[in-house]
Design a binder for this molecule. Structure first.
Ligand SMILES: Nc1nc2c(c(=O)[nH]1)N[C@H]1C(S)=C(S)[C@@H](COP(=O)(O)OP(=O)(O)OC[C@H]3O[C@@H](n4cnc5c(=O)[nH]c(N)nc54)[C@H](O)[C@@H]3O)O[C@H]1N2
Ligand SMILES: Nc1nc2c(c(=O)[nH]1)N[C@H]1C(S)=C(S)[C@@H](COP(=O)(O)OP(=O)(O)OC[C@H]3O[C@@H](n4cnc5c(=O)[nH]c(N)nc54)[C@H](O)[C@@H]3O)O[C@H]1N2
Ligand code: SF4
Ligand SMILES: [Mo]
Length: 822
């Protein structure tokens, strides 16, 4: 372990070290971890009685020993103002990850704020405001009263439509029930803001409207179902890299046949075999490769579909299943409506579908068989249907989502063990807010409001549109211009004269300016344009509750202090609300001030949890911090339905009674006819440009790299956003590994570093999506579907060499595929 870090010894945690529950900060999977901490001036010992593991560490530990941690899991931090050693290591007893960490979660230790070890010292430690023509530190009262006064003046001039908000709606760090409630109560209860967007799309809407309209909530199964399935059918997702430990701890054992005993026990009357898997993705991902390695090629069907044509495949599968009579007739008759109409409207032959999707007819038939052919003995096959951003941010989101759910309903693959029709998920979830009904449908396209000069003040919570939105180049350009107008206006009068400042700010807004407030834990790119930065505390610096992709609710306990005066987002929202109330009251508008009165008296994040989740979530009345803490890293599946013998009682999977979320309880089939590449201009773009710029995540990097860009481990591997390219295409363009290229089309341009990828198809590149050093959003046009959902994935552009990344010569460009035997 001395390699590059120089660390060959780590302290042994003493027997009486503090052990707390942690759910990973990052992805949907929500792996269980333990935070182990103890005073800086002490150490445990190697004898079993002297360390927290209770193990004799004088002996060599086994390969899977939990009595172990690595330098990435360790740091020195402050806890209740005192220095402590801190280890954040995966919990072997957690059913989600069974002791596994990923290359992201395993680095929570080194991504904590530490003055002592120098990690993440870029964190925001105090509020900053635009003053003396630069960002200057100030107090909470001063910064929030400025935000409140400007927000008030904007509301006085423009009404609440002048307040534009960008806010997370997820769980895990940068979200969670406390913080979605805090922001939700501010904008949807005290105010009725309708010009609001979510962190990952330009409006306030659902990623999976269709599934919900059909009565099928999108997280309806349990991770155990991936262990019980006969077939796993995945569309547009790359679970090894993006839902890592769900894939490794639950899919792989089934693909290897290791869950056969469990299947035989739980589903005794049926025939069982190791699972097969179908992966629909234009790209050969490492998930495909890993599945082949563990299940054998004969049990893996990779459908390398023409980008954006999933709808056609899904409709053809439905057509084929029905033509074979493999649908679940009783279930359809008793629990659904609209089957015949949907089958008729969506009908497409396998041959016609093969022509559009570029797939072989035989493979489409094989997929239908693997999904729905009855098992030996005639029982209905159990097929888990899963999808994520290749479908959600793919072509024609609403209809394609509907076509996926149609197939799952027709084959009764919802509400039974070993099934599910589910999002694989992105972040953890943690949504509890007052009604958003006033936002309307379709919701306002917030980016376009900002670009067209509307709105006066923009509150930005834990997102960086400069990197992650569509049409990003134009967004950035206009956002800078508008916020600069306000900066110049602020510079023109004495900073200490609040009244003069306000007048200048309002005058600048009337000339097209925009006042921007960013709540984040680190400096961001959109923050460079902002006038106020408010420093947030993140998970572990506050208590935080969230649920994972199987609706498993847990509490991450506070194990360290936030940096400086940073505060949980929920409490920032509360203080902002109180400041806005005070501003209106002072200005003589008591009626408006009263909308905030008495609603934001929370002293702690637990107060926000009790006011929000406990009072408003389904089953919330059973849940308290103490009860959740005692449920440990395994938590409880939502919705919680009771509390008995000291334990919360949950719901392992949804719709087992065949009752769906519609007025009459019947799930709805939906018509979903094919209409080509639906977003305006994309067909033409495909014809005009040489490369598909497919884009998304990779294993190493979490989101916009907010931590990773400050971490040598990642930075030295990816100094610039990598773009995976076919070696033949590289030769044609005269490119070497590590070359810097420009990716450009009629919308904009961006930069990336060439990563040779033998599995990449000619003409199909894959770029890391929202890196600080190259954003795909620059080349994505502003057009969306009818409900304001972007197609981030199906984008075409040209590529040209502009140089070489200086540090690339010392880098590895090894093929990321696994060897074929695992
Ligand atoms: N390592 C890591 N894990 C993460 C994240 C991260 O940043 N890093 N982010 C988390 C978040 S917020 C999210 S939302 C999830 C996203 O999880 P995923 O959806 O798994 O991630 P992506 O890589 O965006 O896209 C998945 C796949 O869609 C494919 N695709 C592109 N176009 C099409 C198409 O037209 N049809 C089909 N069928 N497939 C297509 C791409 O080739 C890609 O392999 O990941 C979460 N997990
Ligand atoms: N081209 C393309 N674009 C995409 C996508 C795609 O597949 N392709 N996917 C979309 C998707 S699914 C997503 S999720 C988005 C992600 O896009 P963003 O939401 O813009 O990216 P994140 O990295 O998740 O942003 C998190 C921000 O919150 C801050 N933060 C972290 N913890 C905390 C906290 O506790 N409190 C506060 N206040 N701040 C915190 C971080 O510093 C960071 O600035 O990108 C979207 N854009
Ligand atoms: S798989 Fe996701 S939740 Fe689990 S450790 Fe990795 S990033 Fe964290
Ligand atoms: Mo996401």
């Amino acid at each position: 372990m001395t390699y590059k870090t120089g660390i060959d010894q780590l302290p042994i945690p003493p027997k009486d070290a503090k052990v707390q529950n942690v759910t990973c900060d990052f992805c949907i999977v929500g792996c269980g971890y333990k935070a182990i901490s103890w005073p800086i001036d002490r150490q445990g010992g190697a004898d079993a009685g002297d360390n927290v593991f209770g193990e004799d560490l004088n002996q060599q530990q086994g390969a899977e020993s939990p009595a172990w941690y690595n330098p990435s899991m360790y740091n020195v931090v402050q806890q209740d103002s005192r220095l402590v050693h801190l280890i954040i290591k995966p919990d072997k007893a957690c059913e989600v990850n069974a002791g596994l960490n990923s290359v992201r979660g395993g680095r929570m230790g080194v991504t904590r704020y530490s003055e002592q070890t120098g990690t993440m010292t870029a964190r925001l430690t105090q509020p900053m405001v635009w003053r003396y023509s630069q960002m200057m530190p100030t107090s909470w009262d001063d910064s929030l009263s400025l935000v409140a006064d400007v927000t008030r003046r904007v509301i006085e001039e423009m009404g609440e439509d002048g307040v534009i908000v960008s806010a997370f709606d997820h769980g895990g760090a940068a979200g969670g029930y406390e913080n979605t409630w805090g922001t939700g109560k501010l904008y949807f209860d005290a105010m009725k803001v309708k010009n609001i967007r979510i962190h990952n799309r330009p409006a306030y809407n659902s990623e999976v409207h269709a599934s919900r309209d059909m009565g099928v909530g999108e997280l309806n199964n349990s991770y155990e179902d991936a262990e019980l399935a006969d077939t796993i059918f995945v569309v547009g997702a790359n679970p090894l890299e993006n839902q890592t430990n769900y894939f490794l701890a639950h899919w792989v054992p089934n693909l290897r046949g290791e869950t056969l005993d469990k299947k035989r026990q739980m589903l005794a009357s049926e025939a069982h075999a190791p699972a097969r898997i179908i992966i629909v993705d234009p790209r050969r991902t490492v998930s495909v490769n890993a599945c082949e390695a563990v299940a054998g090629k004969e049990n893996v069907l990779h459908l390398a579909i023409a980008p954006g044509t999933d709808l056609v495949l899904l409709n053809a599968l439905l057509t084929e299943v029905v033509s074979k009579g493999w649908q679940a007739n009783d279930f359809i008759a008793q629990h659904t409506v609209g089957f015949d109409e949907a089958v008729a409207a969506n009908r497409i032959s396998v041959e016609d579908a093969a022509a559009v999707t570029g797939l072989a007819s035989a493979d489409i038939r094989k997929a239908a068989q693997w999904i729905a052919e009855p098992k030996a003995g005639g029982t209905q096959r159990r097929t888990m249907h899963a999808y994520e951003k290749g479908l959600i941010w793919g072509n024609d989101n609403y209809r394609t989502n509907a076509a996926m759910v149609n197939l799952a309903l027709a084959t009764w693959n919802v509400g039974r063990e070993g099934t599910g029709c589910v999002r694989l998920g992105g972040h953890q979830e943690g949504y509890v807010r007052p009604s958003d009904a006033h936002v309307g449908r379709p919701a306002a396209y917030v980016d376009q409001l900002l670009i067209s000069g509307q709105g006066g003040v923009h509150h930005v919570w834990a997102t960086d549109h400069f990197k992650s939105t569509l049409n990003a180049e134009e967004f950035r350009r206009i956002y800078r211009r508008r916020t600069n107008l306000v900066k110049e206006a602020m510079d023109s009068v004495p900073y200490g004269d609040r009244q003069a400042q306000l007048e200048q700010i309002v005058a600048a807004i009337k000339r097209g300016g925009l006042f921007s407030v960013v709540v984040d834990i680190l400096p961001t790119q959109i923050g460079e344009a902002a006038h106020v930065w408010l420093p947030a505390a993140t998970a572990g610096e506050m208590n935080l509750t969230s649920m994972n992709g199987e609706r498993r609710l847990r509490l991450t306990e506070r194990y360290m202090d936030p940096p400086g005066v940073a505060m949980p987002d929920a409490l920032i929202a509360a203080r902002m609300a109180n400041a806005i109330e005070a501003s209106f009251r002072k200005a003589g508008n008591g009626a408006y001030a009263d909308q905030f009165k008495g609603k934001f008296d929370w002293k702690t994040e637990e107060d926000a949890f009790m006011d929000g989740y406990h009072e408003h979530a389904e089953g919330g009345k059973f849940v308290t911090y103490d009860r959740l803490r005692s449920m440990g890293t395994n938590g409880v599946h939502e919705p919680v339905v009771g509390f008995e013998n000291g334990r919360l009682i949950g719901t392992k999977r949804l719709y087992t009674d065949g009752k769906f979320k519609t007025a009459d309880g019947r799930a709805k089939f939906m018509k979903a006819e094919w209409r080509g590449l639906q977003v305006a201009g994309r067909e033409q773009q495909r014809e005009k440009y040489a490369f598909l710029i497919n884009n998304g995540r990779n294993n190493l990097v979490w989101q916009n790299a907010f931590y990773d860009q400050h971490t040598p481990f990642v930075r030295e591997r990816m100094p610039v956003a990598p773009i995976e390219m076919n070696p033949g295409d590289m030769t044609t363009l005269g490119l070497q590994a590590g070359d810097l290229v420009e990716v450009y089309n009629d919308v904009g341009s961006t930069q990336a570093m060439v990563y040779p990828t033998p599995a990449a198809k000619p003409g199909q590149a894959f770029m890391l999506f929202i890196a600080p050093t190259g954003q795909v959003g620059n080349v994505i046009s502003k057009a969306t579907n009818e409900l304001m959902i972007p197609d981030y994935k199906n984008v075409w552009a040209n590529i040209r060499r502009i140089g070489h990344v200086p540090s690339a010569d010392g880098m590895s460009f090894k093929n990321i595929e696994y060897p074929q035997t695992l």
